[in-house]
Design a protein around this ligand. Structure first.
Ligand SMILES: Nc1ncnc2c1ncn2[C@@H]1O[C@H](COP(=O)(O)OP(=O)(O)OP(=O)(O)O)[C@@H](O)[C@H]1O
Ligand SMILES: [Mg+2]
Length: 230
């Protein structure tokens, strides 16, 4: 399943954040390779830099120093337009609080990123229906987020993140807001996607149940990888 092609390569990545008159060293030198089709889980105490690292890998934020390559392209050297293009083409995001658009139906929420793609590979509604059906939401296409359970909303968010078939899926505490049964369903869905589409998945979590699904667990402590190459 996991091949030797490197999707994410981070070298010497640091992130410093100003806080009043001091500086927070959120990341203090991260070296990391993530391979195609891997399901990697990032764990570690609160404040250890997990979300910061995920945001840098996803090009949502910029590193203070170091390099981050996505499919061989160093994203730390890109301008905002180029970054946006990489994000749209290569990366799907899933957040703890779903971030769905409340006025749109499940189908519309998932179809939207396909409509916005510069070179759409899919028919927006057809693609949305196919993904939602695969995630067990065939009977919920016309529901708005408020008419769905937390686990169902998160599965809509997963479908949306996958809408343009990104090779890399990043998830920050995707089950943090769910009961254990819904969380298990979300994890099953993610694992199935990895197995079927070969999507590389990186998940930040506090949940030991989720870490069990991982090919590899990376532990961050105080802005550094604590377990070397697990
Ligand atoms: N905007 C900011 N300004 C200053 N410091 C920040 C900012 N954002 C995060 N930090 C600090 O950076 C460090 C890493 O934060 P980060 O959010 O990456 O931690 P985390 O591992 O995701 O924690 P959690 O498990 O609680 O989500 C923390 O010490 C945090 O206080
Ligand atoms: Mg976090």
């Amino acid at each position: 399943m996991a091949s030797q092609h490197v999707v994410v390569r981070a070298r010497g990545v640091t992130k410093e954040l100003p806080l009043g008159s001091t500086t927070v060293h959120a990341l203090r030198g991260i070296d990391l390779d993530i391979y195609t089709g891997e399901l990697v889980v990032i764990v570690g105490p609160s404040g250890s830099g997990k979300s910061t690292l995920l945001g840098l890998i996803g090009g949502l934020d910029t590193a203070t120093s170091g390099t981050i390559e996505i499919d061989g392209v160093d994203i730390t050297r890109l301008n905002e337009d180029q970054l946006t293009e990489i994000r749209n083409e290569k990366i799907g995001f899933i957040f703890q609080f779903f971030n769905l658009i409340p006025t749109l139906t499940a189908l519309e929420n998932v179809a939207l990123p396909v409509q916005f793609a510069r070179k759409p590979q899919f028919h927006p509604e057809k693609r949305a229906k196919e993904l939602l059906t695969a995630l067990g939401l065939k009977d919920r296409l016309r529901h708005r987020p408020a008419e769905l359970s937390g686990g169902q909303q998160q599965r809509v968010a997963i479908a949306r993140a996958l809408a343009n078939n990104p090779p890399l899926l990043l998830a920050d505490e995707p089950t943090g807001n769910l009961d254990s049964e819904s969380g298990a369903m979300v994890m099953d869905a993610l694992e199935r996607i990895r197995n079927q589409a070969g999507t590389t998945i990186v998940i930040v979590t506090h949940d030991a149940q989720i870490a069990r699904h991982a090919d590899r667990t990376i532990r961050l402590v105080d802005g550094l990888i604590a377990n070397g190459r697990a």
